[in-house]
Design a protein around this ligand. Structure first.
Ligand code: PGA
Length: 264
């Protein structure tokens, strides 16, 4: 096979194993989640070969989605977990509870958790610690607000978020360290970060995280924030970006098909 023929078959992202993570937030009830998960399963041949696909449904729909994707290579992830395994914590669900019903990943420090629910860097770290013992693979979300960006504080904010999350952490060798760069202003706004800017920041995140994590753990960096059919390729073709965390566009079959169409 000619090299160019080979490359075009892979739409430039080459042999890179890409991460496609779908954060369904609180968009879907149980019946809707079941239907969409079944649609994902029936589309599985259209996901790029070797892609790492995970769906993050609501806690309520978790097991239902798990059943609907049984027999596929798709994984399940929690949107939020508590930092204690069991006890009198009304309304919370622990990492180990998600693990026990088939969870593999968990988001932590998502922009909506940090800013709508005042989740602190300290809480993020506590959550990561319990995820690692469950074990679930933490998907650490980091990102600056619009004001922080305007004030030229992006690097400072990201560094502080990474430091709090990873400093002196005992990281099991068999768990990936996944970080999603999700500028707060880009999440759910329709205003995505320029791919070149995301790439530059992903490179810095990669370097900082490598220094903070124990030797031998190589961080995987994703981009999230208004990823759509029109821009998905611009992110996954960047050298420091291993894939994308998609919110809104992952919650409708029509937009999922649009995304997959780009990756063919
Ligand atoms: P969005 O959300 O794709 O709807 O901007 C991204 C996310 O919440 O991870």
């Amino acid at each position: 096979m000619q090299i160019c023929e080979f490359a075009s078959q892979y739409k430039f992202f080459g042999m890179k194993k890409i991460y496609l993570f779908a954060n369904w937030k609180m968009y879907l009830d149980v019946a809707e989640s079941k239907k969409l998960a079944a649609a994902y399963a029936s589309e599985r041949a259209n996901f790029p070969r070797d892609s790492v696909v995970a769906i993050f449904p609501s806690a309520l729909s978790f097991s239902t989605v798990g059943e609907a994707i049984t027999g596929t290579t798709f994984a399940l992830g929690a949107q939020n977990t508590f930092w204690i395994d069991k006890g009198g914590y009304t309304g919370e669900v622990s990492a180990v509870m998600f693990k026990n019903v088939g969870g593999k990943y968990a988001l932590v420090g998502h922009a909506e958790r940090r800013h709508l629910f005042s989740e602190s860097n300290h809480e993020v770290r506590q959550k990561i610690d319990t995820m690692l013992t469950a074990p679930l693979t933490p998907v650490l979300c980091v990102g600056e607000t619009l004001q922080e960006k305007k004030d030229g504080k992006t690097m400072e904010v990201l560094e502080a978020q990474l430091r709090a999350a990873y400093m002196d952490i005992a990281w099991p060798k068999n768990i990936e360290a996944i970080i999603a760069y999700e500028p707060v202003w880009a999440v759910g706004s329709g205003e995505a970060c320029e791919p070149e800017e995301a790439e530059k920041i992903a490179g810095l995140i990669h370097d900082w995280a490598t220094k903070l994590l124990p030797k031998g753990i190589s961080p995987v960096v994703l981009y999230g924030g208004s990823v759509r059919e029109e821009n998905i390729l611009d992110y996954i073709n960047q050298p420091h970006l291993a894939g994308v965390l998609v919110g809104g566009a992952s919650t409708k079959l029509s937009s999922l098909l649009g995304l997959l169409g780009q990756l063919k």
